[in-house]
Design a binder for this molecule. Structure first.
Ligand SMILES: Nc1ncnc2c1ncn2[C@@H]1O[C@H](COP(=O)(O)OP(=O)(O)OP(=O)(O)O)[C@@H](O)[C@H]1O
Ligand SMILES: [Mg+2]
Length: 467
């Protein structure tokens, strides 16, 4: 074979592998430099081949150059970690190995192999971060659940009498250590209440931990709650459970009815005795934890179905909060809409501050199976779609389609009273909407409504709508 053929074979080989490869001859001239290396270092292959290595990489001093060390001093460097910022500002971490290439006692070249370990590096950073977070006392991290927000009672918005009574009970509960049992459908604000009770109460300086009990196998959940002791089972390590981590604070147990039945008895025992034993451990560890438990179906039903232990329910239900679904307190809608308009306008840099009357009516006609969370999503999406308008009109309202159509149809409006008044209201609302949509421009609004400008002016005056 010719020399050219060998070069071709080696080029093909190193072109296929994921590691970066860079080979220089005894003078330091680049012989091989593969695409993987070029991608990591963001240099063109042609800028390296045939060039002296210290000319190709002028930024690296000879003494710190592992290539120089290998070539001139015969020194090998194995798996040296290097982190640098690439042209795009992205941080790259590589593991480099540089070795002299020797033939019969003579150094005929040097070779560097580099492996991009950036995402391995990120992964270990994440694990590191999670474990330090878990040991920080004020952290609300449960397994894989960082506390993104801390709610207080000030975040709870409402006007409905029944709802405000629930808020009052919750505020009183914040002043003591009694267990709290919250029942509310999905999205009614159970987490909001639980956090408010913790952060607004006497335990606010202690940790707040949360764990959803659904979809976890019994043994895993048990280990998460009570911790594990070394030697307890194969591979077990000494690890604190959530009870120990929440010591002096609050532990929120979400969807407690999803907790396997036998574990519910263990939990009851812990609550009665105020100490825990790690899985596989022998010593009793005293704990002082306030429990807040939630369910999203009526507790009586869950007990009857054998999903919630009656004795555990009685033990937890010292303070009982039942959060009514949104469809039973539609008088809260205007306040909630205001709150969410403000929140998301700020977030998206928009200025939608006011809902039109028609929008509030349309929103009030819907039943919200997803409760407050669903209402918030509707408002958020509407704000996101908005341009520079200041009012949330029907045009912007982003709702399940059929609801909006029902909303737009006057047939569903309150029809008590004289027909003329009713029609007048409909007309007024339609004109108001169009005026808002056309930013108060009477000629354009008249064109949209297909009526004369003068007629519109007359109606605006009649209904007291400002142009
Ligand atoms: N009364 C309220 N005032 C203001 N915001 C509320 C209110 N109730 C709920 N929210 C908001 O609605 C969203 C859902 O609330 P949260 O997560 O507390 O509900 P949840 O009952 O825990 O739901 P799930 O059963 O799905 O876990 C949150 O963004 C919360 O801030
Ligand atoms: Mg929740």
């Amino acid at each position: 074979m010719e020399r050219e053929d060998y070069i071709h074979i080696i080029n093909t080989l190193i072109g296929q592998i994921e590691e970066g490869v860079y080979i220089v001859d005894q003078d330091g001239t680049g012989l091989f430099y593969n695409k993987a290396m070029a991608a990591m270092e963001e240099i063109e292959v042609d800028d390296v081949i045939g060039k002296l290595f210290h000319k190709a990489f002028p930024g690296i001093g000879l003494n710190e150059s592992t290539m120089y060390q290998a070539l001139k001093k015969g020194v090998s460097t194995k798996n040296k970690k290097q982190t640098y910022t690439n042209l795009y500002g992205k941080s790259i971490t590589t593991l480099n190995t540089t070795v002299p290439i020797k033939l019969g006692g003579r150094t005929i070249g040097a070779m560097e192999i580099a492996k991009d370990i950036t995402h391995l590096e990120n992964l270990s950073d994440t694990i590191q971060e999670l474990s330090t977070k878990k040991t920080r006392k004020e952290s609300a991290v449960a397994i894989g659940k960082p506390a993104i927000r801390r709610y207080t009672f000030e975040d709870i918005v409402g006007a409905n009498e029944g709802f405000m009574r629930v808020v009052e009970v919750a505020k009183r509960a914040a002043d003591n250590n009694a267990s709290v049992f919250i029942y509310g459908e999905t999205g009614t604000g159970k987490e909001l209440f639980a956090q408010s009770i913790h952060y607004g109460g006497i335990r606010k300086d202690g940790p707040f931990m949360a764990q959803n009990c659904a979809a976890l196998p019994e043994a895993l959940l048990e280990g998460i709650l009570f911790g594990t002791a070394k030697g307890g089972f194969t591979g077990a390590m000494d690890r604190e459970g959530l009870f120990e981590q929440a010591n002096g604070g609050t532990l929120l147990l979400d969807e407690i009815s999803a907790m396997p039945y036998p574990l519910q008895s263990k939990l009851l025992r812990v609550l009665q005795e105020d100490y825990i034993r790690r899985v596989g451990g022998t010593s009793d560890i005293p704990v002082d934890v306030r429990i807040i438990a939630t369910v999203n179906e009526p507790p009586e039903k869950l007990i009857a179905e054998g999903k919630l232990r009656k004795d555990l329910y009685y033990r937890l239900n010292v303070v009982n909060l039942v959060i009514p679904p949104l469809r039973e307190r539609k008088d809260d809608i205007p306040l909630l809409v205001d709150k969410f308009l403000n929140k998301h306008s700020e977030r998206f840099g928009k200025q939608v501050w006011m809902p039109t009357e028609a929008v509030i009516k349309t929103l009030s006609r819907y039943d919200y199976p997803g409760n407050i969370r669903e209402l918030e999503n509707i408002i958020m999406q509407s704000v996101a779609m908005a341009g520079d308008e200041h009012a949330l009109s029907e045009k912007l309202l982003y709702m399940p389609v059929d609801i909006k159509q029902v909303g737009a149809s006057a047939a569903n409006w309150d029809r008590k009273g004289p027909l003329d008044d009713y029609l007048g209201n409909v007309e007024k609302e339609i004109i108001r909407e169009v005026m808002i949509e056309e930013s108060g421009n009477i000629s354009r609004a008249a064109a949209v409504l297909k009526i004369k400008r003068q007629t519109l002016q007359h109606k605006l005056k009649k209904y007291g709508i400002k142009g």
